[in-house]
Write a protein that binds this ligand. Structure first.
Ligand code: FES
Length: 333
């Protein structure tokens, strides 16, 4: 028996899908280029709102949102999604390497032209001779950003394929291919609700980029910024936190699991241990280790708050890890 055909409308584009088809596959086969990257339910680039109909699988943590790369079609559907900047691929080179902490390096990269990246999105970076990695570019930690350079906060992972090589095999001038942007965990402009931003380790990169953009857009917006590390020696975010701690509408919380007693302003524990009471009016972002992101998601869901995340997944070969904030994805490699 032939599978039933369903009619799908996504942002006004119409195509057909058979019962059981993966939504993204059906769109691509029909020539409808829905946004996507990992095709594995991790990066969040393909997330969309289900307005009508039902699907099986691919539920996202945001109510009513599904991953097109995982959802199977079982009825006629009407879908909406944020229009993302077009994906570009361009040449770049490393312009600066600075050790921010004993295990975190800032990598500055100058592309040949500007990439229209939204705050919190990520790109794929291929340092010549090394496997590709996803990173969420961030803003300078100690001053207002700008310019077309990318700044990456990269955790040096012992045994990693890429990260231990910054300053060794990857030096200033090293050629890089940049592809992107990707990810749906970016700051939506024009909103006024309180932002609760939770970063673990180098998940701070996309979160800081969101803080910077949110305060540029509305310097009075209420923001709770929680940044945590395992060991206080890895706490490279001080210049950024010092900068925003002076802003009256921004609350800053620093956490560490180890060595926390070495600084009076640091609370003991993990970032999600120090979440404020959330309400349905909050917009919550989390970036960092998947377990931390899951914990924040659980609390945000219970409060029915809008939630975006960028869990930093391990990068397959070797031990590097990358961020997809999609709600992604940063990344440590
Ligand atoms: S393409 Fe669907 S989550 Fe990455």
């Amino acid at each position: 028996m032939m599978p039933k055909l369903h009619s799908v409308i996504a942002n006004g584009a119409r195509f057909s899908a058979r019962s059981g088809d993966i939504l993204l596959d059906a769109a691509l086969v029909s020539g409808v280029d829905l946004p996507h990257d990992c095709r594995a339910g991790r990066c969040g680039t393909c997330v969309m709102r289900l307005r009508k109909g039902w699907t099986f699988g691919g539920e996202s943590r945001q109510q009513g949102m599904i991953y097109a790369c995982r959802a199977r079609v079982f009825s006629d559907l009407t879908l909406e999604y944020d229009v993302l900047p077009p994906v570009d691929c361009l040449d770049a080179r490393v312009t600066r390497l600075i050790n921010l902490a004993h295990d975190v390096v800032e990598v500055s990269i100058l592309p040949t032209r500007r990439v229209p990246l939204l705050p919190g999105q990520y790109c794929r970076f291929t340092f010549r001779g090394f496997p590709s990695r996803a990173f969420s570019p961030t803003e300078p930690l100690d001053r207002m950003g700008g310019g077309r350079s990318f700044r990456l906060n990269v955790k040096r992972v012992p045994g990693g394929c890429v990260s231990p090589n910054f300053g060794r095999l990857i030096k200033v001038g090293h050629p890089v291919k940049v592809e992107g942007p990707y990810g749906s965990a970016f700051l939506r402009p024009g909103k006024t609700q309180r932002l609760v931003l939770v970063a673990g380790g180098t998940g701070f990169a996309p979160i800081w980029s969101i803080v910077d953009a949110a305060l540029r857009e509305n310097p009075r917006r209420q923001i709770v910024l929680i940044a945590g590390v395992r060991d206080l020696r890895s706490f490279y975010m001080w210049p950024a936190l010092n900068r925003v701690a002076r802003v009256p509408n921004v609350s800053v919380i620093a956490t560490a699991e180890e060595q926390y007693e070495a600084h009076p302003a640091v609370r003991r524990g993990r970032p999600h241990d120090h979440l404020p009471r959330l309400t349905a009016n909050d917009i919550v972002y989390a970036a960092g280790a998947p377990r931390m992101v899951d914990e924040v998601a659980r609390v945000a869901e219970a409060a029915r708050a809008m939630f975006y995340c960028d869990p930093f997944e391990a990068s397959g070969q070797g031990k590097d890890s990358s961020g997809w904030l999609n709600v992604l994805s940063w990344i440590s490699v």
